[in-house]
Design a protein around this ligand. Structure first.
Ligand SMILES: Nc1ncnc2c1ncn2[C@@H]1O[C@H](COP(=O)(O)OP(=O)(O)OP(=O)(O)O)[C@@H](O)[C@H]1O
Ligand SMILES: [Mg+2]
Length: 257
């Protein structure tokens, strides 16, 4: 298993108040799976992603990444694992605004003390891979939203992580750009990448192999995407809408203009 989680909990302390964000999650994710995490706002999705991404530690329970116990590691060790094993993509891109696309993608390698020339070469290759070979010298404010997220994907990939984690990566994008980014994920998955993505959109989840739904800090359901009841209802709705649109289109038989 790439990811093995058992009875994972996370309790946030806010003064005297305690928030039970995760209340005993069990989850296994194998290599090269493409999993969508769904659930209402506040159900614990980001909390879980932060723990999976070694950005935070659980209060109790087991988290093994590639067989190694992350729940036992200190902050320094976690930072190293994060740099070597994890590619994280955020809804808000989290790019350095004053740095070019190329510099942004080089950053994780500078942290891992790679040789500058090697870092440059690999950053260029990663930007090529996401279709931004001609935008390497642009700063984030000189790029579209979709292009910014592509830079973030390139940065996440540059250290060849064993898992790619994305927390609502299309949350700030319009539907055409959402489609582009999802297509990119699909391609990465086809090339062997393990992907875990949080989304509120069934349209995005439609590209995954499996949907895990959280509710109040627990796993509510875990199904192959095509067998997930909510997703099936959405698919049926889409099919019905498409049939209706086709039926109501006057003289639609002709060749497209
Ligand atoms: N740093 C924090 N300190 C205290 N409570 C927190 C913190 N982060 C999250 N929480 C609480 O933990 C619960 C789970 O939050 P989380 O961000 O994981 O939800 P989510 O499923 O990602 O929601 P959304 O869909 O809105 O992003 C919420 O009740 C939230 O208020
Ligand atoms: Mg969230």
């Amino acid at each position: 298993m790439t990811i093995r989680i058992r009875q994972l909990t996370k309790v946030y302390k806010l003064g005297v108040e305690r928030v039970h964000a995760l209340r005993g999650v069990d989850l296994d994710i194998a290599r090269n799976e493409f999993v969508a995490i769904m659930g209402a706002s506040g159900s614990g999705k980001s909390t879980m992603m932060h723990i999976l991404g070694c950005l935070d530690r659980p209060t109790s329970g087991v988290y093994e990444l590639n067989g190694r116990p992350m729940h036992k590691m200190g902050a320094g060790q976690l930072a190293r694992v994060r740099n070597e094993e994890i590619g994280f993509i955020f809804q808000s891109f989290e790019l350095l605004n004053r740095a070019t696309a190329l510099k942004n993608v080089m950053l994780p390698m500078i942290y891992s003390r790679r040789h500058w020339a090697t870092a440059r070469k690999r950053a260029r290759a990663a930007l090529d891979r996401v279709g931004l070979g001609d935008r390497m010298g642009h700063k984030p404010n000189q790029l579209s939203g979709g292009q910014r997220q592509r830079v973030a994907v390139a940065r996440a990939l540059v250290n060849e992580p064993s898992i790619l984690l994305a927390d609502e990566p299309t949350g700030n994008l319009d539907s055409a750009t959402t489609h582009e980014i999802i297509e990119l994920f699909r391609q990465l998955h086809a090339e062997g990448q393990t992907i875990v993505i949080v989304t509120h959109e069934e349209e995005v989840a439609a590209h995954s192999q499996r949907i895990v739904r959280l509710r109040d800090g627990l796993v509510l359901s875990d199904h192959p995407t095509r067998e997930d009841p909510t997703h099936r209802r959405w698919l049926e709705g889409q099919a019905a809408a498409a049939a209706e649109a086709a039926g109501s289109r006057p003289l639609a038989q002709g060749a497209p203009a």
